[in-house]
Ligand binder design. Sequence first.
Ligand code: LMR
Length: 311
Amino acid sequence: SSAKMEKEPIRVLVTGAAGQIGYALVPLIARGQMLGPDQPVILHLLDIELAYEALNGVKMELIDAAFPLLKDVLATTDAMEACEGVNIAIMLAGFPRKEGMERIDVMSKNVLVVANPANTNALILKEFAPSIPEKNITCLTMLDHNRALSQIAEKLDVHVTDVKNVIIWGNHSSTLFPDISHATVSTSTDADKPVRELVADDHWFNKEFITTVQQRGAAIIKARKLSSAMSAASAACDHIRNWGTWVSMGVYSDGSYGVQRGLIYSFPVTCENGEWSIVQGLKIDEFSRTKMDATEKELIEEKELAYSCLY
Ligand code: LMR
């Protein structure tokens, strides 16, 4: 028998790592949920001075958990140090201070923004880190995507993995549009039936479903007195991991589907070799158009507000 060559570790930066989502996310990364079961990782954990003790506690627990894939852990409040040699950055909270931005700028790798307002934060990052290819900056709407899948699965009494081609359009906010016009369900008895045919109840789709997905974040906050963390962390892993299926991601708009160029807008995407591309050629009906425009309008307003603060 020959020893298998181990892969080079991937360095993952998590900002705001001492927070709720961080606490849920770092063990998933260390267990291979984000990058795969044979991919060693080195975690770079960044948080603010005030959270340094807690951050160190998280580091201690990571060590205590003896994760086979976890090769090293760096816990720091220094953004420059945190960004050194990083391959993937997951931004859960805040932004590295100005000085750190330069380093983030240099790393030219993949950045996933989770911190709200996620789309507009990603847009600001794109603005201030021009050397990161715009393709490499994305924001999380996989959480909303998963919420939509599970609502449909529950309604149709199928498993969540039986539901495909749901779309989240627009902003990660209460204006997002969860679109099931192209969604299908395949079970052991039926292959790829349109969800629209299976849900006869238009009211459920047009009102209840959309509102539930849009308001789910608020419902979690109401119930937990804290915003979603476990599901957000899991969705962040789904976002980075290439599942070979149609997913939703906040990405810069190239003008597809008439969405203003340059906005970070959630589209349906497929991923190949670590690169996303927007699913093209979908028919958009009038109802969807109205909803897609409303969430675009909100993003344009957020952009104007952000820029008015920045310049
Ligand atoms: C979520 O969707 O669960 C969060 O973005 C809600 C929030 O405002 O923190």
